[in-house]
Design a binder for this molecule. Sequence first.
Ligand SMILES: CC(C)(COP(=O)(O)OP(=O)(O)OC[C@H]1O[C@@H](n2cnc3c(N)ncnc32)[C@H](O)[C@@H]1OP(=O)(O)O)[C@@H](O)C(=O)NCCC(=O)NCCS
Length: 320
Amino acid sequence: MHLVAASEEQMVQRDALTYSEWGKFLSLEEYAAREKRLRAHPWSRSAMRTWLLCGEDGAVLASCETFRTPSFLRIPGGSLVPGDSFAIASVFTEERLRGQGYATRLMDLLAAELERQPRAHAALLFSDVGPRLYARSGYQELPAWDWHLSPTPGDPAGPVDSLLREDELATALAHLRHPEVPFFFWPTPAQLDWHLERGRIYAGHLGCSRPTSAGARAGTSTILWGLVGRSPELTVLMLDARSASETWALLEAARHEASRCGLSRVVLWEEPSHATFLELLKGGGITRVARNGSLPMVRPLRPGLPPITPLLPAPRGLWV
Ligand SMILES: CC(C)(COP(=O)(O)OP(=O)(O)OC[C@H]1O[C@@H](n2cnc3c(N)ncnc32)[C@H](O)[C@@H]1OP(=O)(O)O)[C@@H](O)C(=O)NCCC(=O)NCCS
C-alpha cells in the first residue's frame, strides 16, 4: 500500500463516494458543486491536498484531506518560531472496505509523509468517531467543551465598542493576542474566510440570513464569528477575551446578532484562556455542554515539540 496526492479528477471521483457521509441537506449535484467551490477558495488553493491510500493494483482504499495551518513554537526568551502544521479532514473508507485497517494505514503513512515536510510542527484533526482510531496513530485528544448561548433580541452594536465587517477580518485577526503557551496553532485570514464561504453556500439551504457582521470589539477583547456550515447557528471562530466584563459584552453582541439573523443559538468552543470568564456567565440561557463530535486530537510531527497538554487551545477557527 502507498500514499498518493490526488489529481483534480480523482478528487471529483471521491466526492461521489463521500456524498453519502457529508452531503446532508444537499443533492449529489449540490454536494459536488460545494466541494468544487470550497476547493476553489484561496485557502484551499494554497493549503489543501487530497491524499489517497492505494493498493498495489492502484485501487483507492481510503482518502483524506490536509490543510496546511500555521503554528508557532515559543523558544527560550519568548520569541516565536513559525512552522507548518496540518489539519486533517474527511478521513474516509468506502463502506465495503471498512474494518480492514485502511484508515489506520492511511493515517500512519500520512504522518510519515508530513514528518518529512521541512517546517513540520504537528498534525491536528477533529474526530467524529471518538479518540481510539486516531490514538493508534499517535494522536492525543484535547478537552472538548462547548458553550451554547440562546439568542436574545437587541442591537448587536449596543454592548460593544464596534462590530467588525468581513473585510476587516485580517486586521482583527492580527489584533488578537497569541496564547501564552509553548506551542500553538494560528489560522490565517483566508482560513477564517473559508469557514464563511461554507456559510455562504449553506445560507440559501437554511433559509436564514447571513450575519452582516463578522465579530466585535469591546475594550481590548475581540470576537470573530460567522454562519459557517449546515447548522443555523452563529459560530464563534476566535475569541480573545481579556476580562469577564468584555467577554460578557462580546457574547451579548453575538446573542443579538444570532437573534437578528433568525439563528437558533451561539456556539463557542471553550479554550483554557477564557474558561474562567465563561464560568461567571453561566445561567440565563448560557450552558456548558460536552461537545458531540469534532474531538480535537494532535500528533507531533517532529522531536522537541513541547508535550501536547490540555492547555493547548483549539479554537473553532482551526476546524476543517
Ligand atoms: C471511520 C472510518 C474512516 C474508518 O475506516 P476503516 O478503514 O474501517 O478504519 P480501520 O479499519 O483502520 O479502523 C476501524 C476502526 O474505526 C472504528 N470506527 C469506525 N467508525 C466508527 C464510528 N462511527 N465511531 C467509533 N469508531 C468507529 C471501528 O470501530 C474500528 O475500531 P477498532 O479497530 O478499534 O475496532 C470509516 O468507518 C468511514 O469512512 N466512516 C465514515 C466517515 C467518517 O466518519 N470518517 C471519520 C471522520 S473523523
